[in-house]
Design a binder for this molecule. Sequence first.
Ligand SMILES: [Zn+2]
Length: 265
Amino acid sequence: MPSLALPPGKKSAFVISFDFDAEEVWLAENPENINRPGVLSQGKYGAKVGLGLVLETLDNLDLTATFFTPGRVAERYPDQLREIVAHGHELGHHGYTHTSPTKLSKAEELEELLKGKAALEQFGVEVTGYRSPSWEVSSSTFDLLAQNGFKYSSSMMDDIRPYVHQPHQIVELPVQWMLDDAPYFWFSVGSDWNRTIRSAGDVEEIWREEFLGIHGLGGLTMLTMHPQFIGRPSRVNMLERFLSFVKSHDDVWITTAGEVARAVN
Ligand SMILES: [Zn+2]
């Protein structure tokens, strides 16, 4: 059984991850949104305002994160991508568009993989991680990742500890909706995400409880956020409080997804 080799003195791992989807998530939800600038402005906020507030919060706490970014977002917002890299954060693959692999043929999925990787590697970084759009994978996904030089995935919900997909030798860094900001904060008219907006304080409490639970079991807390949702003023304030709380535990290894994947053997 492969296991996570934690640094001396550390009892669990913690990764701060963002899916920098900007407009792509709205375009994937409904291609006709291309003609709806008002709808798209919800995603644009992530690139225009949310990302900057998030980067400032991470700087204040001296923490590094992983930004899973669709290739088309990287092409549309090169300045923002350069900023992420300049702050020492990791870039991960998140599709070229934000299309679920379950809606693509194997050839189309390969094309998304290659175009997305090339778009991110323009920024002078090596991309070894993949998070599937909408956390959906096809029967070809892990074969394609293995064949194209990827080392890890962060898309599955079947564990609280990293594991290895066999026979592909791709490390999995598991996720969960309760540690994602979207189910609490993603509200939009006329979409699947039409639900009650939660207060930042409620979400802080849920995240604290789950982090403490996973920490007690020696697992990996994979926090997943979106600059367009977490980047609202009240929520970045909550994020700063929550991450300060996590940081106050000396026995938590807070690092990037790529670093955790490298420690699995
Ligand atoms: Zn996404």
